[in-house]
Design a protein around this ligand. Structure first.
Ligand SMILES: Nc1ncnc2c1ncn2[C@@H]1O[C@H](COP(=O)(O)OP(=O)(O)OP(=O)(O)O)[C@@H](O)[C@H]1O
Length: 644
């Protein structure tokens, strides 16, 4: 094995044990260190490929502080710590490790984790290389295209968006002799829609770029830095005021890039509403492509018309073609656009995707779009509902069986993996899969081959895996209900789908969309309109069942409405759910208690009816199988709601 490992651990005995375990497994342990400073020296000296990192080190230094140093050098790291304090875990998680193991650990778990971390690191390096090539290609082709200033401006945001996600992007280019100055900004208003902001005046520039990054005539250099904070409030020690331009955009993170060459100076400021939008991979990407980035902006033809006119024209060009490449996904909130960027970025790659989010948020729609935007789109997209799979049938469901393989196998059956050959397998509700079944799934993911039950013939499969869950899988792993190795295999590229209450801007658009859709299904020519009162009711509601709940509510509303206007909507069960679902401070309940109460209230309100029209599953916007399994997990028994 070529891997060279550095152990950063302040307890000598642990470091020694680790060295023995790792060397026995064929790794080369090139050194140990017990502080961040000594670890940096060891990294420079031994050039390890991996670092095993403890969190609390000698002289009060923190292992997490070493990670930027490792990221800059492309070295992978996993944490090994006895600390399970939630806030420390959050800090560690934010550094994006390839794995985390809690001490004391089993030797086997450490080796599995390293194995998975290595394959994950390899795919992330491939992914980074693909991103770099894509960005270089897109910038080069735009630089070479013979287009006017305003046409080029209009194309710039799309070149960067999926690779360095932004809600606001400002640029400023100044030639060394200051004879040519170009500046401007783009504000994102839809997936492929931007409003182009007029050239920035000197006052505006001061608000957008840090002055220390703006030295023309200084020596050639490139730098990029991430800032987090708020633009909309007064600065505090923890949250300094960002220099991200217009405050009304409520931007929370900024990635500032500066490149100075003999020809001039280029400043870019990518801003995002999401505090965690940027990481070292974005800095690496910009720094690696710096020459092409510089060329793109330096070669922008000089404006020939008056500034205002150019930007008005570019803005018109933008809004003339809002493109939707996603099927069945509506909405323009920043939170949703972020999800769409992730879909666009990961779809063409071969990596596994784990989609996380509450029930009804659109996880299956995300999975389907990943498939449709991949090269596998002409092959099948096969959904496996893991919650509905009994443990004794899972093998036959996934891999198929031969006739007579077991009692009841009267016909030969093709399994889901074989059906999906060259396509995508969507493992829905993966968190519900019983432990015994997880091991069988892991095997096919690792070996990419299986046998039908009752057959000795090995079948090779080429499928992409996309999984989804509404559970906190890390917690499931910690509590022993989900296999760590399977979690790491699936969690190569996580996509978090936000709940509807965190993207309220989308509610009017979605409500209207579902009314139009339901009217078409019911063959009704006229679609009634929602009044302001009804829209306020919808935006005030907290949507525990998310988009599916809204969809069902709109269907019911349409059935009940004969008039042209919908004055009010009948919200399900709880007229003011927030007051019941979120208890007052001081009497905090766990999420599980809140969920239990909410399910019980709904069950009682529909006299215990679980399925069908007006049943609890429909009202909660959940598939009946999910509701039943949630009830089982929460210990909700019939006597708690029946006849009450
Ligand atoms: N952005 C969207 N625009 C329009 N419709 C959507 C959107 N997202 C989801 N939907 C619709 O909402 C419903 C629920 O979506 P979906 O089944 O993808 O959710 P889910 O998160 O997979 O749910 P579960 O966890 O219960 O399986 C579907 O009918 C889907 O078409």
């Amino acid at each position: 094995m070529n891997e060279k490992l550095l152990i950063v651990e302040d307890e000598f005995i642990v470091a020694n044990d680790l060295t023995i375990i790792l060397e026995n497994a064929g790794y080369q342990v090139c050194g140990t260190a017990d502080t961040v400073e000594s670890a940096k020296a060891a990294v420079d000296r031994f050039r390890p490929t991996w670092v095993i990192l403890d969190i609390f080190l000698q002289d009060d230094s923190m292992g997490t502080d070493l990670t930027p140093y490792l990221q800059e050098r492309g070295i992978g790291y996993i944490y090994l710590s006895a600390n399970t304090n939630q806030s420390i875990l959050e800090v560690a998680k934010a550094t994006q490790p390839y794995g985390f193991l809690v001490k004391p650990f089993r030797e086997k778990d450490l080796l599995i984790m390293l194995d998975i971390a290595r394959s994950k690191h390899e795919s992330s390096l491939q992914f980074a290389a693909q991103r770099e090539t894509l960005l270089q290609q897109q910038m080069r082709s735009l630089s070479e295209e013979a287009l006017s200033y305003e046409h080029k401006l209009q194309k710039i945001p799309a070149v960067f968006q999926s690779l360095i996600p932004f809600d606001y992007l400002a640029f400023r280019y100044e030639s060394t002799d200051s004879s040519m100055i170009k500046s401007g900004a783009f504000y994102r208003v839809g997936f492929n829609e931007y409003s182009v902001i007029a050239p920035l005046d000197e006052q505006g520039l001061d608000d957008i770029f840090f002055p220390e990054t703006g030295q023309v005539n200084s020596i050639e250099h490139t730098s990029a830095k991430i800032f987090q904070g708020r633009t909309c409030n007064e600065p505090t020690d923890q949250q300094p005021l960002l220099k991200t331009g217009p405050r009304q955009y409520e931007l929370n993170a900024s990635l500032q890039f500066l490149s100075i060459t003999r020809e001039g100076l280029l400043q870019l400021n990518f801003c995002n509403k999401n505090l965690d939008a940027f990481d070292q991979s974005h800095i690496n990407l910009l720094c690696k492509t710096r020459h092409t980035v510089f060329k793109l902006f330096s070669l922008l033809p000089g404006p020939t018309e008056t500034a205002g006119k150019i930007f008005r024209k570019a803005s018109r060009l933008q809004s003339a073609k809002p493109v939707s490449k996603f099927e069945g996904i509506y909405g323009k909130s920043a939170a949703l656009l972020h999800v769409l960027d992730n879909i666009e970025l990961v779809a063409p790659t071969p990596v596994s995707v784990l989609i996380l989010g509450e029930s009804g948020t659109g996880k299956e729609s995300v999975a389907r779009n990943i498939h449709l935007l991949s090269q596998r789109r002409y092959a099948p997209f096969i959904t496996v509902n893991c919650a509905a799979l009994p443990a004794d049938l899972i093998e036959s469901e996934l891999f198929g069986h031969e006739k007579g393989a077991f009692t009841g196998a009267v016909e030969k059956r093709i399994g889901k993996f074989e059906m999906a050959q060259e396509g995508t397998v969507f493992l829905d509700e993966i968190g519900e899969m019983p432990l015994e079944s997880q091991v069988k799934l892991l095997r096919v993911l690792q070996e990419k081959q299986f046998e039908r039950v009752g057959s000795g013939k090995t079948i090779k499969v080429d499928v992409r895996i996309v999984a989804a869950t509404n559970r906190n899988l890390e917690k499931e792993v910690a509590e022993g209900r989900f296999r760590l190795d399977l979690f790491y295999r699936l969690n190569v590229y996580p996509i978090q789908v936000p709940p509807l209450r965190e993207r309220k801007e989308d509610i009017p658009l979605l409500a209207q969309h579902f009314l139009v859709l339901s009217a078409a299904n019911m063959e009704r020519a006229e679609v009634p309109e929602l009044t302001a009162t009804a829209l306020n009711q919808l935006t005030d509601y907290h949507w525990p069942g998310n988009i599916r709940e809204l969809e069902h509510l709109m269907q019911r509303t349409l059935i009940k409405t004969k008039a042209a206007l919908i004055g009010q909507v009948e919200l399900p069960v709880l007229s003011n759910p927030r007051s019941q679902v979120y208890p007052a401070a001081g009497s905090r309940k766990t999420l599980e208690q809140i969920e239990t109460e909410h399910i019980l209230t709904v069950l009682r309100s529909c006299s215990g009816k679980l399925t069908g029209m007006g049943g609890a599953a429909e009202i909660l916007g959940l598939p009946p199988s999910t509701l039943t399994s949630r009830m089982k997990k929460l210990g909700i028994k019939k006597e708690l709601y029946h006849g009450i």
